[in-house]
Design a protein around this ligand. Structure first.
Ligand code: S3P
Length: 449
């Protein structure tokens, strides 16, 4: 990839034709990471269909290999994993390099850190800036030793696990499925009950997959919007089949592109409709978007639907902070939709956006400024003044800061703005949606690198 040579790949999108046709976006990133991890921790064979073969997931697969799993790719999206079982991990020979992947690295800290082995985690310049203290704090309570860490609790860091972790009850300090999952995965190698309390429910793919592979998990409501999740430690996980549904966070880009590009009418096939992931659709419907849910069905233990999306006149809305966990990765592209709306959109409570692959609040604001969109950050809220169907676009190339979602969001904007939009580097798109550019071109989009 270009970053290996220190070269960025600028990409430009241009206003042009209406978007038409059908497309199926790749498999869900969250579920793909977890399918590898559960394969590693199970006894016997796990088969995965529809795996997202993006760089982030491939890094997790490499890490699982280094910890003892046998992993083979049998065809496009079709993978076989023979696991070593809980307690059976082997010490990796070298550093586990997670590249850009926050989810992979954090979940694997729970997995490897809960075993009596020494493991070193590292990643790219973006991952090296991201806070890991939120994972290390509960792991230390569970008996894990942080042998070394970069300043401020960041990677590169080295963990040494106990023979068995100590079961804990832990309330997460932020609404984060990554923190929850790291603790539950560490709790697998613990002799008792591990409980995670979250004040706001976050994506529940770990809980669903724990059950699917044979663990006992009890989920109770906690307070108004939260949950208490209790895992019985040291289950025997059995290898299983995982059918990965498509990623709603990737579907978000063609979806918003169709809403803002005049004359568009597309169908997104088989989009996962897990209610803890559909905050963007809820918000866009409130804004007046023409999105039809067709052919709802079950696939791989999740509800999926085909979405028919047609160009719409959007109105500004207020997006409550309580909705953030269900659309945490979708704010950059929502900000793009809001730029084309009539009136003001206020997105409340975005503090977690500051610690994503980039400081997404700052990166979105800088991109909006380049495109001539009026906006303001007040506290943790982002306020966007819509141009009522018109956005100037143009400006200098948008700085993506190694962030795939910043790159895709502003390329979507360029399809409907008056002037083309350029992002300084499209290389990171491969972490989550490697086929983004060809699939968008099939719909009629003009995107060039
Ligand atoms: C993810 C959780 C979210 C999300 C990330 C994937 C997961 O992060 O932003 O892209 O798979 O658990 P946080 O848990 O840090 O909010």
């Amino acid at each position: 990839m270009s970053h290996a040579h220190g070269l960025a790949t600028p990409v430009t999108s241009r206003p042009g034709k209406a978007l038409k046709g059908r497309l199926r976006v790749p498999g869900d990133k969250s579920i793909s990471h977890r399918s590898m991890i559960f394969g590693l921790l199970s006894i016997g064979e796990t088969r995965v269909e529809g795996l997202l073969e993006g760089d982030d997931v491939l890094r997790t697969a490499e890490a699982c290999r280094a910890l003892g799993a046998t992993i083979t790719r049998e065809g496009p999206g079709s993978w076989r994993i023979v696991g070593v079982g809980i307690g059976g991990l082997t010490e990796p020979a070298g550093v586990l390099d997670f590249g850009n992947a926050g989810t992979g690295s954090r979940l694997m800290m729970g997995v490897a850190g809960s075993h009596p082995i020494t493991t070193t985690f590292d990643g790219d310049a973006s991952l090296r800036k991201r806070p890991m203290r939120r994972i290390l704090d509960p792991l230390v309570k569970m008996g894990v030793t942080v042998v070394s860490e970069a300043e401020g609790g960041r990677v590169p860091l080295t963990l040494r696990g106990p023979r068995e972790t100590i079961p804990i009850t832990y309330e997460t300090p932020a609404a984060s499925a990554q923190i929850k999952s790291a603790i539950l995965l560490a709790g697998l190698n613990s002799p008792g009950q591990t409980t995670v309390i979250e004040r706001e429910a976050t994506r529940d793919h770990t809980e669903r997959m724990l059950r699917h592979f044979g663990a006992k998990v009890d989920v109770k409501p906690h307070g108004e919007d939260g949950r208490a999740i209790t895992l019985q430690g040291q289950p025997e996980l059995r290898g299983s089949t995982v059918v990965v549904p498509t990623d709603p966070s990737s579907a978000a880009f063609p979806l918003v592109a169709a809403l803002i590009t005049p004359g568009s009418d597309i169908i997104l096939e088989g989009v996962m409709m897990n209610p803890l992931r559909t905050g963007l659709i809820t918000t866009l419907l409130e804004m007046g978007a023409d999105i039809e849910r067709l052919n709802e069905r079950e696939e791989g233990g999740e509800t999926v639907a085909d979405l028919r999306v047609r160009t719409s006149r959007l109105k500004g809305v207020t997006v409550p902070a309580a909705r953030a966990p269900a659309m945490i990765d979708e704010y950059p592209v929502l900000a793009v939709a809001a730029s084309f709306a009539e009136g003001t959109t206020r997105m409340q409570g975005l503090h977690e956006l500051r610690v994503k692959e980039s400081d997404r609040l700052a990166a979105v604001a800088a991109g909006l400024a380049e495109a001539g969109v009026q906006h303001e950050i007040v506290g943790d809220d982002l306020i966007v003044q819509g141009g009522n169907g018109k956005v100037r676009g143009g400006g200098k190339p948008v700085a993506t800061h190694l962030d795939h979602r910043i790159a895709m969001s502003f390329l979507v904007m360029g399809l409907a703005a008056q002037e083309p939009m350029t992002v300084d580097d499209g290389a990171m798109i491969a972490t989550s949606f490697p086929t983004f550019i060809p699939l968008m071109r099939e719909l009629g989009a003009t995107i060039q690198d």
